[in-house]
Write a protein that binds this ligand. Structure first.
Ligand code: NDP
Length: 241
């Protein structure tokens, strides 16, 4: 009898919104999950729900904005949890401000979390993926990375940078069995729209749900190894809101 390989994923920003929905979708698909964000209590609630469907779910409190510590912390998580096959770089902050009103400190915060932490999380797992000759990296970018919106300058720059990062990484790692996807959702109804750094008033009922985006992330992860989706744009059918 063949023993089926047990898949393991690490999901950042798994305490709410798209990351939480992705964690639960992965669990239902039988994928063990390492859950990363700052809020250990919220992560624990997600892990408890995930374990009810029979997978292993572990919680790791990490502030990904402390970018100089991220690579070693992610490496340590993989050592404890086991080799990671699928990395979902989802943690991020929304940020609205005209560029002329964007303090350097805010600019750096957005870029640190939305792109530099993704670079460092990926570097934490890439050597092991290289050794195994297999791996999937899914980066949650945004339609704002493909099309800049006024008032969303720093955010758009971070998400455009993430698309470029994904493209470069995909090309560098393809020959080593590692697939890289940039997911670019339009507006998704999550807590991001309630955060202090976002000032926008859109119709939340017309947005995508986090569960819809999670399903597309799962679909990308479950693609047969000989296929890769480099970029996936998923929009509310109502269009850009
Ligand atoms: P949420 O605000 O619901 O979730 C954000 C997640 O990121 C939380 O789990 C939060 O966890 C985590 N996070 C924030 N800061 C840090 C930090 N310093 N260290 C570790 N984790 C952190 O938003 P969404 O689910 O909407 O956002 C998820 C991703 O989707 C983001 O990258 C966002 O840019 C992207 N996106 C969102 C869209 C939308 O319309 N909502 C559209 C397109 C893309 P905690 O607070 O526990 O640390």
């Amino acid at each position: 009898m063949s023993v089926e390989h047990k898949r393991r994923a690490l999901i950042t920003g798994a305490s709410s919104g798209i990351g939480k929905a992705t964690a639960l979708a992965f669990a239902k698909a039988g994928i063990d999950i390492a859950l990363v964000s700052r809020s250990v209590d919220k992560l624990t609630a997600v892990a408890t729900a995930a374990e009810q469907v029979g997978v292993t779910a572990k919680v790791y409190g990490v502030d990904l904005a402390c970018v100089d510590q991220v690579q070693s912390k992610i490496q340590a998580i993989a050592s404890e949890f086991g080799d990671i096959d699928i990395l979902v770089n989802n943690a991020g902050i929304g940020y609205t401000n005209d560029l002329k009103d964007t303090p350097l400190h805010d600019w750096q915060q957005v870029l640190d979390l939305n792109i530099t932490s993704v670079f460092q999380c990926t570097m934490g797992l890439l050597p092991a993926m290289r050794t195994k000759g297999v791996g999937t990296v899914i980066n949650v970018s945004s339609v704002a990375g493909k099309q800049a919106f006024p008032g969303w300058g720093a955010y758009s720059v971070s998400k455009a940078g993430l698309i470029a990062f994904s493209q470069a990484l995909a090309q560098e790692e393809r020959a080593h069995g590692i697939r890289v996807t940039a997911i670019c959702p339009g507006a998704v109804n999550t807590e991001l729209w309630d955060t202090q750094t976002v000032n926008a008033n859109l119709n939340r009922s017309r947005m995508l749900t986090p569960e819809i985006v999670a399903q597309s992330i799962l679909n990308v992860a479950l693609l047969p190894q000989q296929a890769a989706i480099d970029e996936l744009t998923i929009m509310p059918s109502a269009g850009v809101l």
